[in-house]
Design a protein around this ligand. Sequence first.
Ligand SMILES: [Zn+2]
Length: 196
Amino acid sequence: MHALIIVDIQYDFLPNGSLAVPLGDEIIEQVNRIQQDYDLVVATQDWHPAGHKSFASAHAGRKPFEIIDLNGLEQVLWPDHCVQGSAGAELTDLLDTHRVEAIFRKGTNPEIDSYSGFFDNGKRKNTGLTGYLRDRDVTTVSVCGLAADYCVYFTAMDALEQGFDTYIVEEAIRPIDASGYRDKRATFLQRGGKLR
Ligand SMILES: [Zn+2]
């Protein structure tokens, strides 16, 4: 079984969103088109309580994109985004979700950020995605979505570490920072990840 994991295609990560990924909307058509190539399709959704500690606004005197130590982990501070129940947290209506069998929400603990769909950062909290995929006899996963250099990358790295044969679908991802993604892509390939 080969599963497609669609990462965080939410309004806040699309143009005009609060944490917009440049040209993020360009991938939606591809993501819709490729779903038919997979045995199983799941999605992730960034889903933060208001006042989440990954938000710059939760730290007096801090600005978005500054880096701090958050409970022992390096943390980039973000603009407020994907607040539970807000319009920005919704998956875009342009995404075809007919084949999406489950949506894994992440970032629900106010103290820990959540780039990967498998674990919150530092592996302090498990979303259950590994168990779900194993129960469905999935051996191979492909990852697409937003943003390439954060949630796609960390989801793909955890998939590798959990023993899945892992691909990043490069036509269906966009980064926040292109040079940051190049470095992370090299690490992914070095660890045995593949591209398609
Ligand atoms: Zn987030």
